[in-house]
Ligand binder design. Structure first.
Ligand code: ARG
Ligand code: ZN
Length: 865
């Protein structure tokens, strides 16, 4: 039964204060809860608190233990028919953390206790109104054997002490009101890295990162990122940290990336631990981003939270937006923007094109866990970026200030958030709200007509959003299109709009069609539109390739410079895949890329992005029916042409860009390694026999993980005995480092070579494969299903069957993680029919499984419909 936004009602009972006591035992943890409960409003409804998989020991009201007839406990609820208007509720339950393989609620990872409560995990810990609009003050007492040395919970430590029988305790109090999804507890043997930060108002905050014994040095980069995030939020948003202590704990078994629990963030260790020997530059970059993201949640999520889970984008879209602002300041705006748009297209645009399309604010769901999607996160962030573009940076900042001021301490809605910007900007943002309610990626067109005599440029823009499941007709959206002009030599061309002289303007396309005339245009222009990807849309223009080449060489908007190259490459690949190769065009493209590589003014990270052709998954979104094999072959053909044409240049880059001196994870060092490894990857397309030697030399000489993986990746693309040897060496060297062995699995999962499928399927029998650990599972299964289209879409259907096997098996103990594997099966309708039928059959097989979780059932049935 779906839950609907329109059915929202305020909670019938509120909990003002709670005192929890945990008597921690791996299989028989006792949780005592003392809640100060108050009826919310005037009604006589029964009390119904959530509770799942709890063995109830006792229930008492105001000190009196309730008898059998006075309450009911079923699989989901504790119901008390007629409680007083205000009372103390005491419950005691028993739970089994060690056998909790769903990794939700209280569970054990690596011999220690930890929790994950968002979205609805707290109900597996104690009876509670498990919804984000119940805000309470928490006091938590933890008792455990002394071998669980650190006892952590949210807020401030108020007391510790010894207990008989080799046990000890700690009491924590969180002075801030919070919803239960932000509750956290950790207990175990850990090493800690400590630091301090003084906030702008002079508060000294103790910073502690807790990790596996021996791993503290690997937390240094996360600590550095944390301090930079804290200072950045003070400067960019005026937001200061509010407790005397901020803790992060890394755990190996975690269903997703990380969690922003108040004062006690819990991280997947893959997003926290790094040193040059074991982590790649990509890992460093993600750690920086996720540490910032979780920290920024302290204001956007924790101090101000969501009224209900339909408002998830209120905290997630906004926090991604803040995170991206931080990353742009740390690592360069253009490069970060390009990377963000690549992720958006690969994950969100594909979601929008499939049966799982949903609005940024959905209006119904079965399992909220299924809505932690690219649409909520990435498109949710894009929507805020458009809001900023539409009202301007100053009004945006004022609106944020107003939001923090007005809603601090509340659980609120997207409407209330948008209202702050309407007031700050003095604009009616009524039509903007459609961005939250309408699913799908708008298609826009742009055509330009130049009148030389009048020196005018007439622009006609149109928009249309294709129908999606449950939304057959779509409204026009207010789409900000940032636009500038170049002449055919690549110089910026000034123009006038409404009599005002300018270099760049924002056209708001808010009708099905909008016409704008620019004046004072001195020569035939090249239109650079949708600069910085100013809206999450697919744009078609009437521009010719020669205009794209001008942009690729000289567009001052680096996003569009990169985009021009991608457009050219995509057209060439798609033509070839359709049986119409354009050899002349391919040569011309290779020459232009060569010139761009020699541009002294652009940085290495940018060049690395420029050198990479559009991914097969991106190309698959551009035409249907999709033939993944044909796309792969066509893309490989263009790679080969580039590799041959640019051979000398690639070798020069590969030799010239070696790291000299000490490793530094900063943007400049990472950019240099990215370009060098991109050059090697392209060289690997060249069958000249010394490429394998170069790749093997690169692998052997590597002194950091980025270059080791770069070498191994190139060897994989070349194939043959050198690859086999390197793969075995790599395993032998790193077998005791789980995060590195995850990379070993992930790399093989991505192997596109013709013989790879057998190896990939066989890897589930490898002794190091472990379905119960989400990192290891995803390393193999997700990397295969998401990043290896040519092998996943094997004509036999074996790739689909493999994915379904994994989903079914994992669903038996971890529904959340199983559900996150369903996505690649959603694309069957767009595939060529033979493949689509095979994929669909696997979805049908999944849906037929008896005892399937709601999580997987919801996604698989939606994928079928
Ligand atoms: N709030 C966390 C974050 O984005 C993610 C929680 C994911 N929870 C889930 N049930 N999928 O930082
Ligand atoms: Zn988040």
């Amino acid at each position: 039964q779906p839950i609907r936004l329109s059915d929202y009602r305020p909670p019938a009972y509120l909990v003002d204060d709670v005192h929890l006591t945990f008597d921690l035992q791996p299989n028989t943890t006792r949780v005592k809860a003392r809640l100060t409960v108050r009826r919310n409003g005037d009604h006589s409804e029964p009390l119904a608190f959530n509770g799942e998989r709890l063995k109830a020991v006792s229930v008492a009201i105001d000190g009196r233990v309730l008898g059998d007839g006075e309450y009911v406990i079923d699989a989901e609820l504790l119901t008390i028919p007629a409680p007083p208007a205000a009372f103390t509720l005491e419950t005691e339950v028993e739970i089994d953390p060690e056998n909790n393989k769903a990794l939700e609620g209280l569970y054990m990872s690596g011999g220690r206790f930890c929790t994950q409560c968002e979205a609805e995990g707290f109900r597996k810990i104690t009876f509670w109104p498990d919804r984000p609009d119940v805000l309470s003050r928490f006091t938590v007492r933890i008792e455990a054997d002394r071998r669980f040395r650190h006892l952590l919970a949210n807020g401030n430590l108020v007391e510790t002490g010894e207990l008989p029988g080799g046990r000890h305790f700690a009491v924590w109090n969180d002075p801030f009101l919070k919803p239960c999804y932000l509750f956290a507890l950790v207990a175990g043997e850990l090493d800690v890295l400590e630091d301090k930060l003084v906030t702008k108002s002079g508060r000294t905050v103790d910073l502690r990162i807790y990790v596996d014994p021996g791993m503290a040095p690997r937390a240094a980069y996360a600590m550095d990122a944390l301090k930079r995030s804290m200072t950045w939020d003070e400067e960019a948003y005026g937001r200061e940290y509010d407790l005397d202590l901020f803790m992060i704990v890394a755990v190996r078994d975690f269903n997703f990336g990380a969690m922003e629990n108040k004062g006690l963030n819990i991280f997947n260790s893959s997003l926290l631990l790094a040193d040059p020997a074991t982590a790649t530059d990509v890992d460093y970059e993600r750690i920086e981003a996720v540490v910032a993201h979780e920290y920024f949640h302290n204001w956007t999520g924790n101090r101000i939270t969501c009224r209900d889970w339909f408002q998830l984008c209120l905290k997630e879209g906004l926090t991604v937006f803040r995170e991206q602002g931080f990353c742009a300041d740390m690592r360069g705006e253009a490069v970060q923007r390009i990377k963000a748009v690549k992720v958006l297209r690969m994950r969100q645009f594909s979601e929008d094109q499939g049966p799982l399309a949903h609005p940024v604010r959905p209006s119904s769901y079965m399992k909220i866990d299924n809505f932690y999607t690219a649409t909520i996160y990435e498109k949710g962030s894009e929507v805020i970026g458009m809001l900023k573009t539409l009202i301007g940076a100053d009004a945006f900042r004022k609106g944020m200030d107003l939001y923090f001021d007005r809603h601090d301490g509340e659980a609120t809605t997207v409407e209330a958030f948008i209202q702050c910007f309407a007031e700050a900007s003095g604009r009616d943002l009524g039509d903007f709200f459609a961005w939250y309610e309408q699913a799908g990626t708008p298609r826009i067109t742009l055509s330009a007509t130049y009148d030389e005599a009048a020196r005018t440029l007439e622009l006609v823009l149109t928009q249309a959003t294709p129908p999606s499941n449950g939304q057959e007709t779509k409204r026009p959206l207010p789409i900000p299109v940032t636009l500038g002009l170049l002449d055919h030599e690549g110089r910026t061309l000034a123009f006038e709009r409404d009599g005002q002289a300018m270099d760049e303007t924002v056209i708001v396309l808010d009708q099905p069609e909008v016409k704008v005339t620019l004046t004072g245009v001195d020569s035939l222009p090249v239109v650079s539109a949708l600069r910085g990807f100013s809206a999450p849309v697919v744009m078609k223009t009437d521009a010719e390739p020669k205009e794209r080449y001008v942009q690729l060489a000289a567009d001052p908007d680096l996003f569009n410079r990169w985009e021009a190259g991608q457009d050219l490459a995509a057209d060439l690949i798609l033509s070839r895949a359709a049986g119409k190769p354009n050899e002349v065009g391919e040569e011309r493209y290779a020459e232009a890329v060569g010139r761009a590589l020699n541009d002294q003014a652009s940085d290495n990270a940018f060049k690395a992005l420029l050198l990479a052709l559009p991914a097969e998954t991106d190309l698959a979104l551009m035409r249907s029916p999709v033939d993944p094999g044909a796309l792969h072959d066509a893309r490989e053909a263009l790679r080969l042409r580039l590799a041959l044409h640019l051979d000398a240049e690639l070798r020069r880059l590969h030799t010239g860009l070696q790291d000299l001196g000490e490793f530094s994870p900063d943007a400049a060092g990472a950019g240099r390694r990215a370009l060098r490894n991109a050059a090697l990857e392209l060289m690997a397309a060249n069958p000249r026999n010394d490429v394998a030697d170069i790749a093997l030399g690169h692998f052997r000489a590597a002194v950091n993980m980025t270059d080791q993986i770069g070498g191994l990746n190139a060897l994989m693309l070349i194939g043959g005995p050198a690859f086999e040897e390197a793969l075995a060496d790599f395993y032998a060297r790193w077998k005791d480092e789980p995060l590195v062995i995850d990379k070993w699995f992930a790399l093989q999962g991505r192997d596109p070579s013709e013989t790879a499928l057998g190896r990939i399927l066989g890897l589930t029998a490898h002794p190091a494969f472990d379905q119960k650990n989400p990192n290891r599972l995803r390393a193999l299964v997700s990397s295969f299903a998401n990043f290896n289209p040519v092998r996943f879409h094997d004509p036999s259907g074996a790739g689909y069957r493999f994915l379904a096997d994994q989903i079914i098996a994992v669903d038996g103990f971890n529904p959340m993680t199983a559900a996150r594997l369903v996505d690649p099966l959603g694309g069957w309708r767009r595939l060529k029919p033979e493949l689509g039928a095979l994929m669909k059959a696997q979805l049908e097989r999944i849906v037929a499984v008896e005892g399937l979780s709601k999580n997987v059932y919801e996604l698989a049935t939606r994928a079928l419909n």
